[in-house]
Write a protein that binds this ligand. Structure first.
Ligand code: PLP
Length: 410
């Protein structure tokens, strides 16, 4: 990629003004990107510029501002479509995020197809966003939720999968990269196996989309869900990708303005896709910011970006493993920039609070993946997660802080 920006962490960090601030008198070390990434100036500027110069409602006005806002909003859809190699921008439905995208598929695509006794398959490492909507659907329809097991390293038990596939399974939902374990799942292989039974596959891409190129066509899935705030964009905006024919065949799931062609008291007719799924005024500035985040991520050579994050991950893994009494939860062979761990009998919440006083932001808790915690027999973990702005020096600061915290609790 000859036009790609050189991957220089120093200059990348200058794009993120928040990284200059201090917390408790110490330079901020932000290791909570898996919860929500920080925003570069390019995204902050795009949102600011939208409100300063172009703000108006979309699709409805003949006046110039409305047309500008519409162009920016639809332009962002086109950027995202190209970013994930969709066939067209009509395959991108803007949602509030991954959670809403999964719920949309559950209620619009799957609900009308389910009979009592049908099965929905998810893995043991799902975020609650890819469990609870299906559980609710099971309650509504009499369908049954089945689980693909994981092993002690936090990898999918691929040998168990063929035995779980059958004509009863009406959808398989799988996380691309686990937010609790960092495991990168063999999504294309799972899709290939599911296809032999004509089972539609939904991929929760919330964690995968910021960590490297995603090609929805190459993966072979039917639905791909993502969140803007995990990929350096705004909160409250995300997307569902599905093929146009699939979206065409799905009924709308929320009614209101924008999603209709004609309304009478007797009957209403629906707009084309994707507008059919975007009832009401959308998060216009959010979409504009998401488009800017796509531009930002696209400015790097993905190979360099992935390799930088992998170097930080490997360095941090090695250093953490040297700490007495520290156990890493999730040791898959193929991992992205997430490390969950526990230390002796220090409760992760206590650890997180003390570490915060060193200026280091890490996440503690169940990470919205309680079944993962149950599998590993822990109530919670501490989790560090990396973005393109993190450095080895920041890892060193974490290791020092962990040593001093251990000393406090000894
Ligand atoms: N799936 C995974 C793997 C996640 O990490 C998250 C958020 O942490 C979600 C789904 C939910 O994303 P959102 O809250 O943006 O809808």
């Amino acid at each position: 990629m000859s036009s790609a920006r050189i991957f220089d962490v120093g200059s990348i960090r200058e794009d993120f003004p928040i990284l200059c601030r201090e917390v408790h008198g110490k330079p901020l070390v932000y290791f909570d990107t898996a919860s929500s990434a920080q925003r570069p100036l390019q995204v902050i500027g795009a949102v600011d510029d939208f409100y300063r110069r172009h703000n108006a409602n979309v699709h409805r006005g003949v006046h110039s501002l409305s047309q500008e806002a519409t162009d920016l909003y639809e332009g962002a859809r086109g950027k995202l479509a190209r970013f994930i190699n969709a066939n067209s921008e009509r395959e991108i439905v803007f949602t509030r995020g991954t959670t809403e995208a999964v719920n949309l598929v559950a209620q619009s695509f799957l609900r009308p197809r389910l009979q009592p006794g049908d099965e929905i398959l998810v893995s043991h490492m799902e975020h609650h966003a890819n469990i609870v909507p299906w559980q609710m659907l099971c309650e509504q329809t009499g369908a049954v939720l089945k689980v693909i097991p994981i092993n002690n390293r936090g990898e999918l038990e691929m040998e168990a999968l063929p035995g779980l596939l059958s004509e009863r399974v009406k959808l398989l939902g799988l996380v691309h990269i686990s937010n609790a374990l960092g495991t990168i799942n063999p999504v294309a292989e799972v899709c290939r196996l599911a296809k032999s039974w004509d089972i539609p596959v939904l991929i929760d891409g919330a964690q995968a989309i910021p960590h490297g190129p995603v090609d929805v066509q190459a993966l072979g899935c039917d639905f791909y869900c993502l969140s803007g705030h995990k990929m350096y964009g705004p909160t409250g905006i995300g997307a569902l990708w599905a093929r146009e024919a699939t979206l065409e065949a799905m009924p709308p799931w929320q009614g209101g303005g924008e999603m209709i062609l004609k309304v009478t008291f007797e009957q209403s007719t629906w707009n084309d896709v994707p507008a059919k799924f975007e009832a009401g005024t959308p998060h216009i500035a959010g979409a504009v910011g998401l488009g800017a985040a796509v531009d930002y991520l696209s400015s790097f050579d993905p190979v360099e970006m992935v390799s930088h994050e992998k170097q930080v991950l490997d360095y941090a893994t090695g250093k953490l493993e040297e700490i007495d009494g520290l156990r890493i939860i999730g040791t898959a062979g193929n991992k992205a920039g997430v490390i969950s761990f526990i230390i002796d009998d220090i409760h992760p919440h206590d650890l997180g609070t003390v570490i915060d006083h060193h200026g280091i932001a890490l996440r503690t808790g169940h990470h919205c993946a309680m079944p993962v915690m149950q599998f590993f027999g822990v109530p919670a973990t501490a989790r560090v997660s990396f973005g393109l702005y993190n450095t080895r020096q920041e890892v060193d600061a974490l290791i020092e802080a962990l040593h001093s915290t251990r000393g406090m609790f000894a």
